[in-house]
Design a protein around this ligand. Structure first.
Ligand code: MN
Length: 429
């Protein structure tokens, strides 16, 4: 990208540039094309499993093959994917068929906030059948009532077979809904602070309103829902215990504004980084082993069998090291590695000026944001990039004319987050 403007402060002032000012027409067209592909990706991905499946498909087109930790690695293959329960994955590109001592890591998370089901979700009240959810990740509860919802996920049946459910994405599908109190009856609640106005137990999702025929039966609407689930999915109340189902907004990705400059969609944290890191990883061509780790459970602290704090990555690396005769340890491998953890940040929103430090703003359109550290309250729970690594990264971006900016996620003590620490337990060094 060329910037023909004279830059008087060159070398003294840190200046970010707006993509639309510096990009050529061709580059702008490429960006629009990539955004179309990204929207298609978002529309196919409502769950972490679907995200992994899409990424696997993209990788397979580039010659990647699935590898199984319990079997011999595919012979002579340099591009391997290790899946963890279909919800997280480690993609490995070996350098010239060999595991180098250390790797370049990219990380992103495939999960997004949502409404999971409780283990006994189905009940009837006022002749309406509901699924009672337990929210997953940090949500603002007032976003969810009156938002049309889709139901997505999997259920394990008695015979161990997994079935997938996707309702709400297509125009012909029904949606599910959390009701809200009409304004004329809501004076009392409208006095409450925003964070307390809607309780978690009030986020109940309407799933049915027609009864079974038997007028003597109890819970006739609930029974009608169970009959429907049995007939269409072989699901009874016991199967709902083993269900991995969640409600998410039923909208497809849409352009925002007359100029269509932005994308509105559910799940962009962190699937924007999933999509872009996969693209970058597949295109990368350098002289070390490249590893892409797409992890689950970041939104709830990266715990569990598919979160970044599990031992799955070590399991994969241990398996790969066995193939090189264990010439070095896992510790040595990590010490010689570099990692970039990708996640979303908060761009400046003029409606909420107070939340931001005006000298450390991340702004839309000014390129990707490098955050040296995150965290809050005295850098608690953060990890901080080593200055030398940061320098090398910035040098690389400058050399390759990658638009970048830097800043912080809002004011100190305003909020902040520590998620990348957990999600990237590997390190930036
Ligand atoms: Mn995130």
């Amino acid at each position: 990208m060329k910037n023909k403007k004279k830059n008087k402060g060159k070398g003294l002032l840190l200046k970010s540039e707006l993509f639309w000012d510096v990009a050529s027409r061709k580059e702008q067209n490429e960006a629009e094309k990539l955004a179309e592909e990204y929207k298609g990706f978002l529309d196919k991905v409502r769950t972490e499993k679907q995200a992994i499946r899409q990424c696997l498909d993209m990788a397979k087109k580039h010659g990647f093959v699935e590898a199984d930790l319990d079997k011999d690695l595919p012979k002579g293959k340099s591009k391997l994917v290790f899946l963890n329960r279909g919800k997280s994955a480690v993609f490995v590109k070996l350098e010239a068929g060999r595991l180098t001592k250390g790797a370049s890591f990219l990380l992103a998370h495939v999960d997004s906030p949502r409404l999971d089901l409780k283990v006994r979700p189905l009940y009837e009240d006022g002749e309406i059948a509901y699924f009672k959810p337990h929210y997953y990740g940090e949500i603002k509860k007032y976003h969810w009532p009156t938002t049309p919802l889709g139901l997505h996920g999997t259920v394990i049946l008695k015979d161990g077979k997994e079935i997938e459910i996707n309702i709400g994405s297509e125009e012909k599908d029904p949606v599910f809904l959390i009701s809200d109190l009409l304004p004329h009856l809501d004076y009392e609640r409208l006095e409450k602070p925003l964070g307390k106005a809607i309780e978690a137990e009030e986020l109940n999702v309407i799933v049915g309103s027609k009864p079974i025929k038997d007028k003597e039966a109890k819970n006739r609407v609930k029974m009608a829902v169970l009959e429907y689930l049995k007939k269409n999915y072989k699901i009874g109340e016991e199967e709902l215990v083993t269900a991995d189902l969640r409600f998410v907004p039923a909208f497809k990705a849409r352009d925002v504004g007359f100029d269509r400059g932005l994308v509105a969609s559910y799940g962009q944290d962190d699937r924007v980084c999933v999509f872009t890191t996969v693209k970058a990883f597949l295109a990368a061509n350098n002289s070390v082993t490249n590893i892409l780790y797409l992890a689950d459970k970041e939104e709830i602290g990266s715990l569990g069998a598919t979160g970044a704090q599990s031992l799955f990555l070590e399991n994969v690396l241990d398996c790969l090291m066995a193939t090189v005769g264990r010439k070095y340890s896992l510790y040595d491998f990590y010490r010689h590695s570099k990692a970039i953890s990708a996640d979303t940040t908060g761009a400046y929103d003029p409606d909420y000026k107070n939340a931001y430090d005006m000298n450390n703003l991340i702004k839309m359109g000014y390129g990707l944001a490098i955050e040296k550290h995150i965290g809050h309250r005295g850098k608690a729970l953060t990890m901080e990039a080593e200055p030398a690594f940061l320098r090398a990264l910035i040098n690389l971006f400058n050399k390759k004319k990658v638009l970048w900016q830097t800043g912080h996620l809002g004011k100190v003590d305003q909020g902040g987050g520590g998620s990348r620490r957990e999600h990237c337990r590997v390190f930036i060094q």
